[in-house]
Write a protein that binds this ligand. Structure first.
Ligand SMILES: NC(=O)c1ccc[n+]([C@@H]2O[C@H](COP(=O)([O-])OP(=O)(O)OC[C@H]3O[C@@H](n4cnc5c(N)ncnc54)[C@H](OP(=O)(O)O)[C@@H]3O)[C@@H](O)[C@H]2O)c1
Length: 237
């Protein structure tokens, strides 16, 4: 029997997370665990059918809730049936449009929880399952808007702050766990609810490009920041 590759993807209800689940579950030998906060209302996700020899499961996970994050581990373990987790894909995110001297404080705190603290806690609680996996990989979905060295100067102030912090999380996780591969990846500007209709890429193009980066990862890539839309180019922090 062929070896399977196991994936846990957050924010799988729509946008890039949904497309990632669609592509992975179309490939044999993938076991895909699609996590979303409201599985019952995620109709596009529920409509997906995995190809033969692939498996697709849905797990409830609201990344704004510590209880939900911790409770998800037992659900995922049930699905994995003793197998390890190969890829933890921290994709869920939010992006309020604001400016640095005029933002909503409560919204900023929730943003930091969703975009930074949740991926950090997910890394912590899923580390034992990643240890049991073969690939031992964490993908933190970031953005070039979090790259100080790129400085796109857009009006997404608190979002940019959150993605810069997420990049530091990647760096710290990689340093702390040399046996893991941890990267930040920017999906490019993509036509989703977040990216808007004017964006440059279709979700399918971004996910193909992200998977090219992710499936080619080797230990020496850990702790780095890549642009999927620029052919896997390494980005400046
Ligand atoms: N689109 C772009 O151009 C672009 C560019 C750079 C980076 N990114 C990054 O790519 C990732 C995916 O973005 P997207 O474009 O697919 O955004 P999207 O279309 O707005 O989808 C966001 C996803 O995150 C989920 N999410 C938000 N808060 C959550 C929570 N508390 N618990 C669980 N899930 C939650 C949403 O679930 P619900 O349906 O439950 O709300 C949804 O599935 C994000 O990290 C984003 O920052 C996107």
């Amino acid at each position: 029997m062929a070896a399977v590759t196991t994936w846990l993807i957050t924010g799988a209800s729509r946008g890039l997370g949904l497309e990632l689940v669609r592509q992975l579950s179309s490939t044999p030998n993938n076991v895909v665990i699609a996590a979303c906060r409201n599985p019952a209302s995620a109709s596009e996700l529920q409509a997906l059918n995995p190809v033969e020899n692939a498996e697709l499961y849905t797990v409830q996970l609201d990344v704004l809730s510590e209880t939900s994050i911790r409770a998800s581990v037992a659900e995922v373990e049930k699905v994995l049936k003793g197998r390890g987790l190969d890829y933890l894909y921290n994709n869920a995110g939010v992006c309020p449009r604001d400016e640095v001297f005029s933002f909503d404080y409560s919204e900023f705190l929730a943003l930091l929880q969703t975009n930074v603290a949740a991926p950090a806690l997910l890394g912590q609680v899923y580390a034992p399952l990643l240890e049991k996996g073969t690939k031992k990989t964490i993908v933190n979905v970031s953005s070039t808007l979090g790259s100080i060295g790129t400085d796109l100067g857009e009006t997404t102030a608190t979002y940019s702050v959150s993605k810069t912090a997420l990049n530091m999380l990647t760096y710290k996780q990689a340093k702390a766990r040399p046996d893991f591969i941890v990267i930040s990846v920017c999906p490019g500007w993509v036509k989703t609810d977040m990216g808007g209709a004017q964006a440059a890429l279709e979700p399918s193009q971004s996910i193909e490009a992200q998977l090219k980066v992710v499936l080619g990862l080797k230990q020496e890539h850990s702790g780095k920041y890549y642009s999927a839309s620029q052919n896997g180019k390494e980005l400046p922090w």
